[in-house]
Design a protein around this ligand. Structure first.
Ligand SMILES: [Zn+2]
Ligand SMILES: [Zn+2]
Length: 144
């Protein structure tokens, strides 16, 4: 347990691993449902329309979008990719940057796996051919 500053209101509180103080966490939870319900009925609504209909602050709505809990067909350009600044509708990165991250992290991993598999095959092949030679020698020896 440690004393940290709430990422929402900046007040210090005893954290059990949460980023938000209990009050903010509860408020964020309570405000989630109306936004989600409104977007469910109006998937093409803009953030302005959601704010007007639900009375919930833009900052809260953007938080849900960044968190990936909500998705909007039209984020009005308010939500932007953290890497390149392109407008996005959910999460933190645009599709291009998500792809780049995958290329940077997933691809090298796949290449390493492929290399390891190749090495294993090479080792198997080596053992196999050794065994073959051994049997061949035995066979020849018996023949003689
Ligand atoms: Zn707080
Ligand atoms: Zn981007």
């Amino acid at each position: 347990m440690q004393l940290i500053k709430c990422k929402w209101c900046g007040r210090s509180f005893q954290s059990y691993g949460y980023n938000f103080c209990p009050k903010c966490a509860q408020e964020l939870d309570e405000q989630y449902k109306p936004v989600r319900d409104y977007l469910y009925d109006n998937p093409n609504a803009t953030i302005d329309e959601v704010m007007e209909a639900t009375g919930i602050a833009q900052r809260v709505i953007l938080y849900y979008l960044r968190d990936g809990r909500l998705q909007m067909a039209n984020s009005s350009g308010l939500l932007r990719c953290e890497q390149c600044g392109a407008p996005i509708n959910t999460g933190r990165l645009c599709e291009t940057c998500t792809g780049k991250v995958e290329e940077r992290i997933v691809k090298p991993l796949q290449e390493r796996m492929a290399k390891m598999r190749k090495q294993e095959q090479k080792q198997d092949g080596g053992a196999g051919s050794r065994m073959y030679t051994y049997q061949e020698e035995r066979f020849r020896g018996r023949d003689r």
